[in-house]
Write a protein that binds this ligand. Sequence first.
Ligand code: ADP
Length: 406
Amino acid sequence: MISWSISTVLLTLLIVMVFVCRSLKTQLRREQTTTARLRTRLSDMRRELSEVNSRRKKLLSASTQALVIVEKDYTISSANKTAKRMFGKPARGTTLMAWTRQHQLQELVNQTLDGQKMPPVYFNLNDRGLQVNARPIKQKKEVVAVALGIHDVTELQYLSRARREFVANISHELRTPLASIQLLLETLLNGALQDKAMALKLVTKISGQVDTLRQLAQELMDLSLIESGQIPLKMAAHSLRTIAKTQVENLLPQAERKHLDLKIEIDEDVGVLVDETMIGRVIANLLHNAIKFTDKGTVIISAKLPNGTAPVPSTDPASLPDDDEEGRVVVSIADTGIGIPPDELPRIFERFYKVDHARTAKKSGTGLGLAIAKHIVEAHGGRIWAESGGQGTTFYFTVLTDTCCD
Ligand code: ADP
C-alpha cells in the first residue's frame, strides 16, 4: 500500500516537473526571441546614430559659416573646419575665451545662456569683418549650450561702404553743374536778359552745364549696364587699325584745335577678336583723355603683337607681364601731356576718381571714363593699366588676337 502511494507521488512529481520544464523552455524561447529582436533594434539604432553623426559632421564641414558649440562651462564641444581655420584647432577642454580671445563672444554666450535673445555681434579678425549669431541649445526648456554661427561679412561691408561712397560722389558731381546753372539763371533773371549779348553768353554756359549733366547720366547708365553684364558682347574678328581709325577721325577736330599730332601706328593686318563698338569706346575714352590732358606734342595709338613684331609703344612697356598676355595684342595710347603722379596711378580706374582736382579743375569730366574702359576690357578677359613718368602718360590694354582661338 505504502509503495503504491510513493509511486503515485513520484509520478505526480514527475508530471509536474515535466510541465514546469516545458513552460520554462517556452518562456526561455520567448525571452531569446525578445533579446534577438532587441539586439537587432539596438544595432539599427547604432547605425542610425552613426549616420546622423556623420551627416551632422558633413553638414558642419560643408558650411561656409564657422559653426561652434559652446557648453555651459564655456568649453568647445564642436567646431567645424571653417571655425578651425579662423581660430586654429581647439585643444580638448579648451574654453571659448582661451581659444578665440574675443571678449565680445564670451559676453554673447553669457547672455544667451541667461536666456536673452541677442542681436548679432561684429568683430574684426585678420582684416576680415565677422558677424556672429548665437542660438541657445535647450534640453527640457533649459539652455544647456550655445551654438555660434560666424559669418564673413567683409565683402558685404565693402559693398555697403562702396554704395554710400557712390551716392556721395553722385551728389557731389551733380552739385557743381546745378549750382552753376542756378547762378547763371539768377543772373539772367536779375537783368542780364535785357542785354542780348550777355544773355547769349550765359545761355551758352547753361547749355554747357546741361551737357555735363547729360553726359554724367549717360555714363552712369552705361557703367551700370556694362557692370551688370546687361550688354552682351558681340565678339567677332576685326582689324584693330580700322577700329582705331574711326575713333581717331571722330576726335581729330579736338586734336587739331589744340594743335596736337594724332597718330596711328598699327599695321593693317593686326586682327583682334572683340566687340567692335565696345573696344571702340575704350579707345575713344583713352584718346579723349590723352587730348584733354595734353597741351603740346603728340598722341600715338599703337599695338604690340604677342610675338612682338608690331611697333613698340613710345614708352617701352618693359614691365609688361608677357606670360599671361599670351595670344593677346597690347594696345597702347601714349601722350606727352601733364602726366599722372605715380602714387595716383593705382586709383585712376575707380569711379569718380580725378587726379589732383586743383590741377585738373579746368578740364571737365565725370571721372567715369576710365571705370567704363576697365569694365569693358575686363569683360573681354583683358587687362588695362597706365604708366606715367611725370611728363606724359601711356595707357595699355590687352585684347585677344583673331588667331587666338583657331
Ligand atoms: P574724366 O572724365 O575726369 O576724364 P576718367 O575716368 O576718364 O574721368 O579719368 C580719371 C582721371 O584720370 C582724370 O580726371 C584725370 O585726372 C586722370 N587722367 C586720365 N587720363 C589721363 C591722361 N592721359 N593724362 C593725365 N591724366 C589723366
